[in-house]
Design a binder for this molecule. Structure first.
Ligand code: DI6
Ligand code: FE
Length: 409
C-alpha cells in the first residue's frame, strides 16, 4: 500500500532527450537518455533514466518518447492577447509611409483598439481571443501572460482582465494577468495625463486589486504615453497593494524606463531598444529581466536593436515574447519569435530557448513553479519531433510539436 501511495497516479515519459534548462548547467542542461515523472501535476523526477527511482518504472503509466526531445512547456511572458478587432488598416497606412507614432497621433493606434474593445462584451472578447491562444498552445505554450490596456477605464479594464482569467477556465493553460491601465490616454481624458494617472493609480487599481484581477502592474513609459514620473505614481500604488511591476521601457526613445523599472525591483523591463548602459547595469543589480520583443521591432521596422551585448556583459537575464497585439506585433508564434531574436538580434540558440522557458518564468515571478524540468515544478512539458534543440530556433513557420503536457496531462 505504501508503494501504491508513493506512485499514486504517476506518469513517466521515458526514452527521451531532455533539455532541462536547470539553472547553472551548460548547454540547456541536456540529458541524453532521460525520463520525466509527474504526479499530482508536479514533476517528481527529471533526469537520466538510469537514475529514476525504480518504483516509477514499475507502477506508473509509461510513455515511450522514442528518443524525442522534451523541453519545459513554453512561456509567452508578454502579450496583449485580449483585444477586439484588428488594425490591418493601420498596417496599410504604415506601408504607405506613415510611422507608428504618426498613426497614433492621428487618432489611430492604441485608442482605435480601445474603441473596439469597449463595445465588445466579455464573451465576445473571449471568443475573439481564443484562436490566438490556441495558436500559441499548438506550439507548446503552457503559460501565457495577458495584459489589459485597451479598456482604459475601470469597467473595461476589469472586463478585459476577467476575459483573460476566463481563458484559463476554457483551455489547459496557465494565464497570468497584468493590469496595463497606463497604456495610453483615453479620449475622454482630454489630454490630461496626470488626471488619468490619478484614476489608474487610485480607483482603477483599488478595484482591480480588490477583485484579484491582476497578478502584476505594467505601464507604457514613452513620449506618446506616460512619463517616468507618472509611471512612478502607478508603481507606488502597485507597491502599496503588494503587486509586482513591469514596464514597457525605452521602446521608441530612451526616457530612462529600464532604470526606473529596476529602481522599483520590477520583474521585467520590456522592449528596451533604446536602453543604455546605465539602464542595463541597474537592471542587473535589481534582477529585473530584459524581455526582448522582436515581433514589434520587426513589424514597425525599427532599426535600433535592443542592447543584447550590454545585457550579456552585465549579466541581465533575457526573456523573449511575442508581444501579441493588434498594432505592433500581430504575432502568435513563439517559435517564430525565437527565430527572429536569433536572426535580428544575434541571440544564441541557448539564449532563445531559455528566453521562452526559464527566463520567461522569471519575468513572471514564476521561477519556482515552471520554466525548467526540475523536481517540484509544474509538470508542463513540450515534446518535440526534432533531432537537436537548435531546430526549434532555426525553422520559420514549421511546428515540430509532438505533444504538450500541462500540469501532468
Ligand atoms: N508597446 C507596444 O508595442 C504595444 N503597446 C506598447 O506599449 C502596442 C500596442 C498597440 O499599438 O496596440
Ligand atoms: Fe507590449
Amino acid at each position: 500500500m505504501a508503494g501504491e501511495q508513493s506512485t499514486g497516479s504517476a506518469r513517466v515519459w521515458r526514452n527521451a532527450r531532455l533539455a532541462t534548462l536547470a539553472e547553472g548547467l551548460a548547454r540547456l542542461g541536456v540529458v541524453d537518455h532521460g525520463a520525466v515523472a509527474a504526479r499530482g501535476g508536479r514533476i517528481v523526477f527529471a533526469g537520466p533514466e538510469s537514475d529514476m527511482p525504480s518504483h516509477f518504472s514499475e507502477a506508473a503509466e509509461i510513455i515511450d518518447c522514442h528518443g524525442r526531445w522534451i523541453t519545459p512547456g513554453l512561456i509567452d511572458c508578454h502579450t496583449h492577447l485580449v483585444h477586439a478587432g484588428n488594425r490591418a488598416n493601420e498596417f496599410e497606412m504604415r506601408l504607405a509611409g506613415a510611422s507608428y507614432e504618426e498613426v497614433a497621433r492621428a487618432g489611430g493606434g492604441i485608442v482605435s483598439s480601445v474603441k473596439s474593445l469597449r463595445v465588445a462584451s466579455e464573451a465576445e472578447l473571449v471568443a475573439q481571443t481564443l484562436p490566438r491562444l490556441d495558436a500559441l498552445i499548438s506550439e507548446g505554450v503552457t503559460t501565457v501572460e495577458a495584459k489589459s490596456g485597451y479598456g482604459l477605464d475601470l469597467d473595461n479594464e476589469a472586463k478585459s482582465l476577467r476575459a483573460a482569467r476566463r481563458l484559463a477556465e476554457l483551455r489547459p493553460v496557465t494565464v497570468r494577468t497584468t493590469f496595463l491601465g497606463a497604456h495610453a490616454l483615453p479620449p475622454e481624458a482630454n489630454g490630461d495625463k496626470d488626471a488619468y494617472i490619478g484614476l489608474v493609480a487610485g480607483p482603477m487599481l483599488d478595484k482591480i486589486a480588490a477583485e484579484g484581477l491582476a497578478d502584476a502592474v505594467d505601464g507604457f513609459c514613452e513620449g506618446i504615453a506616460f512619463s517616468p514620473e507618472q509611471m512612478a505614481r502607478v508603481f507606488d500604488a502597485a507597491r502599496a497593494k503588494g503587486l509586482p511591476v513591469k514596464l514597457h521601457a525605452d521602446q521608441l526613445s530612451n526616457l530612462g524606463g529600464a532604470a526606473l523599472a529596476a529602481s522599483y525591483g520590477a520583474l521585467s523591463a520590456d522592449h528596451l531598444e533604446y536602453t543604455d548602459e546605465v539602464g542595463a547595469a541597474a537592471m542587473a543589480k535589481a534582477g529585473t529581466v530584459a524581455v526582448i520583443l522582436p515581433g514589434a521591432y520587426y513589424f514597425i521596422r525599427e532599426t535600433k536593436k535592443p542592447p543584447v551585448g550590454l545585457f550579456r556583459q552585465h549579466g541581465v537575464k533575457m526573456a523573449i515574447a511575442t508581444d501579441n497585439n493588434p498594432g505592433t506585433s500581430p504575432l502568435t508564434s513563439l517559435l517564430l519569435t525565437m527565430n527572429m531574436a536569433a536572426t535580428l538580434f544575434a541571440m544564441t540558440v541557448d539564449e532563445c530557448i531559455a528566453g521562452v522557458t526559464r527566463e520567461a518564468a522569471r519575468a513572471l515571478g514564476l521561477q519556482a513553479e515552471t520554466g525548467t524540468l526540475e523536481t517540484g515544478k509544474w509538470a508542463d512539458l513540450a515534446i518535440w519531433d526534432i533531432e537537436s534543440p537548435a531546430e526549434l530556433v532555426y525553422r520559420m513557420g514549421f511546428n515540430p510539436l509532438h505533444a504538450r503536457i500541462w500540469r501532468g496531462k
